[in-house]
Write a protein that binds this ligand. Structure first.
Ligand code: KIV
Length: 280
């Protein structure tokens, strides 16, 4: 099975076939998501909330992204593995940013995602691509800047704001980004941006007309229950499944119903007799 590359994603946009993307944070989940045929697996910094229990993404460390990147990369064969660069890991200066970005590729990422669009970010994207590392941009609502934005606020709600996001997307494209995530943008605005861009757009709450869709895996599995974004769709109830399995196991342990005959190792009869005749 052929690995998904930047070329595959561009071909999907050009042919009109949608790009599917999902986050994953551990080996087994990545393996099943890959087997399901998802094109992109993102080790999102959303892991800060759903896997590490932080209140937002600004608490995530480079070292934490490294561990989850290694696990996901080991579980993935076909999908493109993209690591989200965490808060402040790429904004201090270009050399330290490139060091952090390069380490994610060494841990198994095929590309990185970087939030925002300003002169510094554009230069960083160019330098990263020149270093041989593909970059996925991320504009619209950018969670790492939520304290500056003032909350989870929909972006691009006016024509002027849409034109501003389109201009950012074009600059990211020019800097060398292979695609761009549009987060929490009205679908008419996202459609306009998508139609005026050569590289693919990936929607995260930006409606039906982007070239692809991305969601957080814990949201679609019904595992993370603290908060469900309006745009996320639940396909399962893993919370109920985990609660049910753990409750049954707890009851079985307490009642002595676990383990049973098939779930234990036995001594040979001879060793058992010897053991029982052993005088302490
Ligand atoms: O951190 C994340 O999971 C993301 C998304 C685009 C879903 O950035």
């Amino acid at each position: 099975m052929a690995k998904v590359t930047v070329r595959t994603l561009q071909k999907l946009k050009n042919s009109g076939e949608k790009i599917s993307a999902l986050t994953a944070y551990d080996y087994s989940t990545a393996k099943y998501i890959d087997q399901a045929g998802i094109d992109i697996i993102l080790i999102g910094d959303s892991l800060g909330m759903v896997a590490l229990g932080y209140e937002d993404t600004t608490k995530v460390e480079v070292e934490e992204m490294a561990i989850f990147t290694k696990a996901v990369a080991r579980g993935t064969q076909r999908a493109m593995v993209i690591t989200d660069m965490p808060f402040m890991s790429y904004t201090i200066d270009i050399p330290s940013a490139l060091r952090n970005i390069g380490s994610m590729v060494r841990y198994g990422a095929n590309a990185v995602k970087i939030e925002g669009c300003n002169d510094y970010i554009l230069e960083l994207i160019t330098r990263t691509v020149e270093a041989g590392i593909p970059v996925l941009g991320h504009i619209g609502f950018t969670p790492q800047s939520q304290n500056v934005i003032g909350g989870h606020i929909i972006q691009g709600k006016t024509t002027d704001a849409t034109m501003h996001i389109l201009q950012q997307a074009k600059l990211l494209q020019l800097a060398g980004a292979f695609a761009v995530v549009l987060e929490m943008v009205p679908e008419e605005s996202a459609k306009y941006i998508t139609e005026n861009l050569e590289i693919p757009t990936i929607s995260c709450g930006a409606g039906r007309y982007c070239d692809g869709q991305i969601l957080v895996c814990d949201d679609i599995f019904g595992k993370y229950s603290e908060f469900k974004p309006k745009f996320a769709r639940r396909y399962g109830d893993m919370k109920a499944l985990i609660l049910d399995c753990a409750t049954k196991y707890n009851n079985d342990v307490k009642s002595g119903n676990y383990p049973n005959d098939e779930e234990i190792f036995k001594l040979s009869e001879e060793e058992n007799n010897l053991l029982n005749s052993h005088i302490k």
